[in-house]
Every structure is written in structure tokens, then in C-alpha cells.
Ligand binder design. Structure first.
Ligand code: KIV
Ligand code: ZN
Length: 498
């Protein structure tokens, strides 16, 4: 069996997605869950990019013990210095530096040539190596880089001290046979390749990220860069759970990972909830329908023998059919147990708070499911808001003019307004705009989604609001979808009204 190192970049490539930004406390929560999942490396951020990112890398380094903590840089000394500084508390720290190697990057981005880029690659690796032992080099856009030149860069950075060389398909352009052949070419043409590990880093623009990653591994790569739920720039990155389950299911490939797959479901839901990023229902491994058999023939087959139609046991990814359903009669212990199954640990004070919210929700909704529970955990995110929605009342109906009245608490000052609209949401949002005396924002995207089923279900609302040429993201969840919509609008405006 060959060990495959799992490098998780949910907190860097994943977190770069507009609307998915986490604060440091949330990042630590995800990092701890990744540690529990058994990942080998956590890419914690890009320290030079902002003080917030720098701080998160520092705090994650303190909070996590076993995985290597990695920080991203460009091939620029000030980036590398910032990364080394941010990693100073890491038990095991890695600098991930690199530069574009395709002609697109060399000519158009850097207005340079291959020899100059090779020199910069070597210089950055040597510079980072003086600060930390573990240096990973990325050849950005390797997917579209000529293989002979790529082999020269890989050889040179290994000679300069790189311990891992990352071969990203940055644009998601490659087909599986091409990407596999690229890794094979490097394994066969780079004389010192066995002094380092080759890593895959695939994007999903053509839906090939997982297939390309598998081909990379089958041809010699021994590290994969992945994210939970496949989140990441544009169409996303390779998803961790797919790779872990592929090699667990295909033992004949003799590749093992350190992933405790029974923790996959919990962390998938946690990341989706913290980042307000829904998981598509038919997503492989973690989608709501991944194990739902709807056709009669399938249901019959599964009841006779699960393996007739299921290649994975839902329990292997942490879905427990027998999990206790939470209701208004469930106590703190049951809630705590459910949270811990979902990878969320909290102190008694926070548990008490979440429990109070849980009881309120359980009064309105019969069964509380995992998404509800995670939504409750994130509820205190609005505590810091300067503008809070304290009151909302709407009237609407067929043949009626919709009306809404709202009261906002604006940094301690209560403002109430009413407005008419072409529906209750429109009326509510117009009333909020009146209360804040600002109507310059427009809603660009507005998504209402039920968490599970039933007319008493919680509705999740994602909203994108444009203001002054920038986009701000709002989210809320409520059993009343009109309230959730107005709350999501208020959440978004809190991001720019100071
Ligand atoms: O996609 C990419 O090329 C990257 C690098 C910065 C590693 O994310
Ligand atoms: Zn990437």
C-alpha cells in the first residue's frame, strides 16, 4: 500500500470564493475538524494578502497539532517573509511558493521569458528554504505548460530544496489522459524526482477535477490538493471526500490515505453551513440524494442486499440512519452529541446559548435535522451587527397590496418605517431601505431553499446585494421565509454600512 498525502486547501483556495469568507474563529473550527478528519496538510491562507489572513494562519498554527500548516506566497521575498512569520507557531510549517510556468503566464502576465522565470523559481525556493525546512513549489498553470519546460522547472526547484512540487491544472483545462501523461512524463524525465513528492491541484472547470487527480495519482503523484465539498475558485477544486472514497472503494489500487471517512459527512455539512455554500443534492458522496434510492427497482434491490445498488456504506462517511432525531423533548446531551457527530465542539456557555435557540426552533418545527443544528450554531454571527432587524410585520395576499412595517436597531437607535411593495419581500426590503435612508443598493441574486421537507421547514436565503459597484453577501435561515429574506438583506447591508 502506498500512502497518499491529503493537502486540504478549503481555507485558502476554497475560502477565496466570493461570499465564502470566514472569520478567524470559524477558520479555527474548520481547521480542528480537518485535523480530526486526518488530513496531512492544511493550507491555512495567503498571509501577505491581508492582515486577516495573516492572523488566521497564526491562530490556526497555534490551534492545530498534527497536520502540517501551509502558507501560500508568490515567488516574491516579502510574501515569503510574511508566510514564515505567520507560521512561527506551527509545529510543522510549510511555505507554498510558486510562479506561472505556461506561455500565457510567462508572456502575458510577467512579460518575461522561460529562462528568467526558471531563475525566479529557483531563487524563491532557495529563499524560502532558508526560513523553513518544508518548501512546496507550484508551477501555476502547469496544465497548459509545455512538458519539457515543466520538467526543467521541477528539476531545478527540487535541486534548490523543494520537498513537494505542485503541478496545478489552474484553469481546469486538462483531460484525464493528458494530466496523467503529464505526471508520468515528469516521473520519467526529471532525474531527481524521487527526492520530492509530486502533487496534484486540479480545478473543475470542465468537470474533470476528480478524474484528473485520480490519473495524477495513478501515474505517480503522492499528494493531492483538495477541498471539502469541492469548493474553490469558479467551478471549484477536486473534492476531498471523492478522492478519499475512491481509494477506499478501490483497494486494488493499493493507495491509502489517513482520512477517517466517518467524519466526512459532519465536516461537509459544517463547511457548507459556515460558508453559506449549499451542497448540490446530487453531489457525489455528500449530496442529499447520494444514498437516496427513489426507483422501486432500486429500493427493492437495496432492501434485499445493500450492495446491489450501493458501492459505499453510508455509515462509512458518517451518515447514521439510526441517529436520534432531535425534537423539543431532546436535552442538552443529545444536542451536544449531534454537534460532535457534525464535528462541532463547544464550551458549556455556547452550548447553553445554542440550546436555547434550539428550543425556540423546536417549538416551531417538529424534527430538527443536521442542517438546522448547524444553522443554530452560526446564529450568533449576527450579534456583532450594527443594524439589527427587531420587528417585521407583513400583510399580503391575492388581490391585496403587500405592506410591511419594520423596526431596525441601528447602533442603539430604533427606527421604524412602513412601505408597500409588489409582494411581502419587496415591501419588507423597501421598508428597510427607508429606515436606513438609503435606497442605492440592488439585489443581484436571491435564492430561497428549504433545508429538508415539510411546510414547517426552515428556509435558507442567500442574497447578493450590489452597492457602490461592489457585491456583498447576505444569508439567513428562518422557518418564516419572508423574515429570512429581509434578514438576509439586513445581513448584507451590515457588511458595508458602518
Ligand atoms: O490553481 C492554482 O494554480 C493555485 C496555485 C496558487 C497553487 O491555486
Ligand atoms: Zn487553485
Amino acid at each position: 500500500m502506498d500512502k497518499l498525502f491529503i493537502f486540504d486547501t478549503t481555507l485558502r483556495d476554497g475560502e477565496q470564493v466570493p461570499g465564502c469568507q470566514l472569520n478567524t474563529v470559524e477558520k479555527i473550527q474548520v481547521a480542528r475538524a480537518l485535523e480530526g478528519l486526518g488530513v496531512d496538510v492544511i493550507e491555512a491562507g495567503f498571509p501577505v494578502s491581508s492582515p486577516g489572513d495573516f492572523h488566521s494562519v497564526v491562530e490556526i498554527s497555534k490551534a492545530v497539532t498534527w497536520p502540517t500548516i501551509c502558507a501560500l506566497t508568490r515567488a516574491v521575498e516579502k510574501d515569503i517573509d510574511a508566510a514564515a512569520e505567520a507560521l512561527k507557531y506551527a509545529k510543522k510549517g510549510r511555505i507554498h511558493t510558486g510562479i506561472g510556468t505556461s506561455d500565457y503566464h510567462i508572456r502575458h502576465k510577467f512579460n518575461s521569458n522561460q529562462e528568467e522565470i526558471l531563475e525566479r523559481a529557483v531563487a524563491a525556493t532557495k529563499y524560502a528554504k532558508r526560513l523553513v525546512e518544508d518548501v512546496e513549489f507550484y508551477c501555476e498553470d502547469a496544465g497548459r505548460t509545455d512538458n519539457a519546460y515543466l520538467a526543467r522547472v521541477v528539476e531545478a526547484v527540487i535541486k534548490a530544496g523543494a520537498t513537494v512540487v505542485n503541478i496545478p491544472d489552474t484553469t481546469g483545462y486538462c483531460l484525464p489522459d493528458e494530466y496523467g501523461a503529464k505526471i508520468k512524463y515528469l516521473m520519467e524525465h526529471v532525474p531527481n524526482v524521487h527526492q520530492a513528492i509530486l502533487s496534484t491541484h486540479c480545478h473543475n472547470d470542465l468537470g474533470m477535477a476528480t478524474a484528473n487527480t485520480v490519473q495524477g495519482v495513478l501515474n505517480g503523484a503522492r499528494q493531492v490538493e483538495v477541498t471539502i465539498n469541492g469548493i474553490g475558485e469558479r467551478a471549484g477544486n477536486t473534492s476531498l471526500e471523492e478522492i478519499a472514497m475512491i481509494f477506499k472503494s478501490h483497494k486494488e489500487r493499493e493507495i491509502v490515505t489517513n482520512i477517517n471517512t466517518t467524519k466526512i459527512y459532519g465536516i461537509s455539512r459544517m463547511v457548507s453551513s459556515l460558508m453559506n455554500m449549499p451542497v448540490q443534492p446530487n453531489k457525489a458522496v455528500v449530496g442529499r440524494n447520494a444514498f437516496a434510492h427513489s426507483s422501486g427497482i432500486h429500493q427493492d434491490g437495496v432492501l434485499k442486499n445493500r450492495e446491489s445498488y450501493e458501492i459505499m456504506d453510508p455509515k462509512d462517511i458518517g451518515i447514521d440512519d439510526n441517529a436520534i432525531v432531535l425534537t423539543a423533548r431532546s436535552g442538552r446531551a443529545a444536542l451536544k452529541h449531534r454537534l460532535s457527530m457534525l464535528g462541532v465542539e463547544m464550551d458549556q456557555e455556547k452550548l447553553d446559548k445554542v440550546y436555547q435557540e434550539f428550543l425556540k426552533l423546536a417549538d416551531r418545527k417538529k424534527d430538527i435535522n443536521d442542517d438546522d443544528v448547524l444553522m443554530l450554531v452560526g446564529k450568533d454571527r449576527t450579534e456583532m451587527h450594527r443594524i439589527k432587524l427587531e420587528h417585521l410585520q407583513v400583510t399580503s395576499g391575492i388581490g391585496l397590496q403587500s405592506m410591511a412595517s419594520v423596526c431596525l436597531n441601528m447602533a442603539g437607535v430604533r427606527r421604524c418605517e412602513a412601505a408597500a411593495g409588489n409582494g411581502p419581500v419587496d415591501a419588507g426590503i423597501k421598508a428597510v431601505k427607508k429606515a436606513i435612508s438609503n435606497s442605492d443598493m440592488t439585489i443581484q441574486e436571491f435564492l430561497i431553499q428549504a433545508i429538508s421537507k415539510g411546510s414547517d421547514d426552515t428556509g435558507k436565503v442567500h442574497m447578493q446585494v450590489e452597492y457602490n459597484g461592489s457585491i456583498y453577501y447576505g444569508f439567513s435561515a428562518n422557518t418564516d421565509i419572508i423574515a429570512a429574506s429581509v434578514e438576509a438583506f439586513v445581513d448584507a447591508i451590515n457588511k458595508f454600512i458602518v
